[in-house]
Ligand binder design. Structure first.
Ligand code: HEC
Ligand code: HEC
Length: 310
């Protein structure tokens, strides 16, 4: 558990928010999906041209209709069924891009100041793609994989794209100006800091199940992605850079399955390479360590905080 959560009553945030679809406030944005139970949009005229949303309207819509979803409790009171609220994980999982500000406790479940909401908005809008709204990570992560969603450690929150929450977010993304809210750099950046602080010390330098560590065989040469530190005190930045450089040839940013680094030590029965003169560190891709490294290669995990995310 993240040390920052110690002694905090996280549950305090997560009470008392009613279903957002029941709140039904819409602020002058484009078309609203039929049957979502939401109020009519104020500007029906934008229906054919949703790109007309002003930046302020897009922000207001976000604050009133989307941000409360992140606080809303998703289990059933007094039971352990269901999912925790998004904030239960996404305030503390700071190594994940979707990292919300810490809300202030209020009797009705928690609140963000306007300034905090602006920061949340900055971050959330990096998880949308107005040129291809359905591909937005904000939509694919909480959606059940059976309905076309992406794998999400935080669980399935929407069984289908018919879910009112999904529809509210989709309407918002569709109304955002594509020129401004299309990821500028679709290319995935695999984070060096995470390599240095987490991947090297926790994965490459430690053998599992009595196996040799990657550093035993991959400290140098063309596959020298796991340099050894001289005194066991960790790598210097220069050494780490060198190892990280050597790794580039063996990874495909954004594509863990296509990355030799994650295929070679994976058991062939679990989708790995047929031969590796070294170890088989992972039996299959469900291995939490494999999953964490995969998230890193997809560019989802960054920084120096190594708390396992799977
Ligand atoms: C139990 C903890 C947990 C809960 C609850 C949770 N998540 Fe997550 N979420 C994670 C973790 C861990 C990751 C990173 C690994 C992954 O992608 O599965 C993640 C990843 C994401 C991402 C991708 C971020 C990126 O950088 O690309 C989005 C978007 C997201 N979650 C949205 C949500 C939303 C919206 C909710 C609430 C409806 C939610 N999550 C609830 C744990 C959680
Ligand atoms: C006992 C020594 C040994 C260990 C330990 C070992 N490897 Fe290897 N590895 C090799 C050898 C030898 C090769 C080259 C022959 C081959 O491809 O099997 C290799 C090849 C590779 C390649 C392909 C390199 C290329 O140039 O295409 C990758 C990726 C790789 N190993 C990853 C790992 C990872 C990750 C670990 C730690 C989990 C690891 N290996 C542990 C010996 C080892």
């Amino acid at each position: 558990m993240n040390p920052k959560t110690k002694g905090r009553d996280l549950g305090g945030w997560a009470t008392g928010f009613c279903l957002v679809a029941g709140v039904g406030i819409l602020v002058g944005l484009g078309p609203v999906s039929e049957g979502s139970g939401l109020a009519e949009p104020l500007q029906a005229s934008t229906a054919t041209s949703p790109d007309g949303a002003t930046p302020q309207a897009a922000f207001d819509y976000y604050v009133q209709n989307i941000e409360p979803m992140f606080l809303r409790p998703r289990g059933y009171p007094g039971s352990t069924d269901g999912n925790p609220a998004c904030v239960m994980c996404h305030v503390w999982q700071t190594s994940v891009r979707f990292s919300l500000e810490e809300p202030t406790d209020t009797p009705d479940g928690g609140a963000w100041s306007e300034e905090q909401s602006r920061r949340n908005y900055e971050m959330v809008t990096q998880l949308v793609n107005a040129s291809d709204p359905e591909s937005s990570r904000l939509l694919t992560k909480p959606l059940a994989t059976a309905a076309g969603g992406a794998r999400h450690t935080g669980g399935n929150h929407w069984d289908s794209t018919e879910d009112p929450e999904y529809q509210v977010i989709l309407d918002w993304v569709r109304a955002l100006p594509a020129a401004e809210f299309t990821p500028a750099e679709p290319e995935v950046a695999v984070d060096f800091e995470y390599y240095r602080s987490c991947v090297h010390p926790n994965v490459l330098s430690v053998g599992n199940y009595g196996q040799l560590a990657c550093t035993s065989c991959h400290a140098g040469g063309s596959a020298g992605f796991a340099p050894r530190s001289a005194d066991g005190a960790g790598l210097t930045v220069a050494q780490a850079r060198q190892g990280f450089e050597a790794l580039q040839r063996l990874i495909v940013p954004g594509d863990p399955v296509g990355s030799r680094f994650l295929r070679k030590p994976l058991h062939p029965d679990g989708g790995g390479a047929y031969a590796h003169n070294g170890v088989r560190r992972w039996q299959n891709r469900s291995d939490p360590e494999w999953q964490t490294l995969a998230a890193w290669i997809r560019g989802e995990v960054t920084g120096s905080e190594c708390s396992p995310i799977y």
